[in-house]
Design a protein around this ligand. Structure first.
Ligand code: ADP
Length: 230
C-alpha cells in the first residue's frame, strides 16, 4: 500500500437512520471508513450497532441517507440502479453468516451460476469454479449438494461463490458465526488466503476476537461513527 493509492472502498461521512414509530434511530452518523486493496478490516461491534447496515451500504445494497460511498474513486450515490447493480455484481462479493447456497445445485454449480449470470460461457465458469473450490480445499466435494457438506464446507463454497466474478471488495457478515472454533479457523484461513491472493479489500464483521486480532485493522461503530481500535 502506498500513500498515493486510493482506497478501493471509501465511506465518507455516511449517515443512515431508521424510523421507529415517532423516533428516528441514528445508526450511522458521519461514518468514515477507507479500505485498501489487500487489506482485511475486522468490524467489531455489539449486535444492533449497525454492522450489517454498514456492510449493505458499502456493498451498494442499501442507500445511505447522506454522505458518499466511493468505489475506486467513483462516487456511487448519484448512479442509477442499473449502474449500482453493475458495480455490485462486478466488484463486490458478499458472505453471510448463513451460507444461502442453492440447495438443488452442487457446489460447483453454485459457484458457476454467478459467472453464467454475468455472461461467462459454461466451460469457463466450470473451470473457474473448480479452480476456486480446489483452492479452498474442496476438490473432493465438487459434486456435493449443500446438504451433503459440513457447515465449514458450505461456508467455503459460499466464499468461492462470493469471489466467483473476481470482485475487488469482499464483505462478510459474521462468516464464522455459526461454526465451531476449529471450523471457524479453517474458514478464516480460506478467507485470508483469498484476500491476500486476489488483493481484495475486505470488511469482515465478527464477534470472534481471536480472528479479529489477526486482521490488518479493527474498527467499531461508536455513536454512529467508525472508530479504529488499538
Ligand atoms: P448489527 O448488524 O450490528 O447487528 P444492524 O445493522 O442489523 O446491526 O441494525 C442496526 C439497528 O438498526 C438495529 O437496532 C436494527 O433493529 C435497526 N434496523 C436495521 N434495519 C432496519 C430497518 N430496515 N428498519 C428499521 N430498523 C432497522
Amino acid at each position: 500500500m502506498t500513500a498515493t493509492q486510493s482506497p478501493v472502498v471509501f465511506l465518507h461521512q455516511v449517515e443512515r437512520r431508521y424510523q421507529q414509530g415517532d423516533a428516528a434511530l441514528e445508526i450511522l452518523n458521519g461514518a468514515d471508513l477507507a479500505v485498501w486493496s489487500g487489506q482485511m478490516v475486522a468490524l467489531l461491534a455489539p449486535s444492533g450497532a449497525g454492522k450489517s447496515t454498514l456492510l449493505h451500504i458499502a456493498g451498494l445494497l442499501e442507500h445511505q441517507d447522506a454522505g458518499e460511498v466511493f468505489i475506486d474513486d467513483v462516487p456511487t450515490s448519484t448512479l442509477n440502479d442499473a449502474e449500482r447493480t453493475r458495480i455490485r455484481r462486478n466488484e463486490v462479493g458478499f458472505v453471510y453468516q448463513a451460507h444461502h447456497l442453492l440447495t438443488e445445485f452442487t457446489a460447483v454449480e453454485n459457484v458457476m451460476l454467478p459467472q453464467m449470470i454475468q455472461g461467462l460461457p459454461r466451460k469457463e465458469a466450470t473451470e473457474r469454479a473448480v479452480q476456486l473450490l480446489s483452492y479452498l480445499g474442496l476438490k473432493e466435494r465438487l459434486q456435493h449438494r449443500p446438504a451433503e457438506l459440513s457447515g465449514g464446507e458450505q461456508q467455503r463454497v459460499a466464499i468461492a461463490r462470493a469471489v466467483a466474478n473476481a470482485p475487488r471488495i469482499l464483505l462478510a457478515d459474521e462468516p464464522t458465526g455459526n461454526l465451531d472454533p476449529r471450523t471457524s479457523e479453517h474458514v478464516f484461513r480460506a478467507l485470508t488466503q483469498l484476500v491476500r491472493a486476489s488483493k481484495l479489500a475486505a470488511i469482515i464483521a465478527t464477534h470472534n476476537l481471536d480472528i479479529a486480532a489477526r486482521m490488518d485493522r479493527r474498527v467499531t461503530i461508536r455513536d454512529g461513527r467508525i472508530v479504529e481500535l488499538e
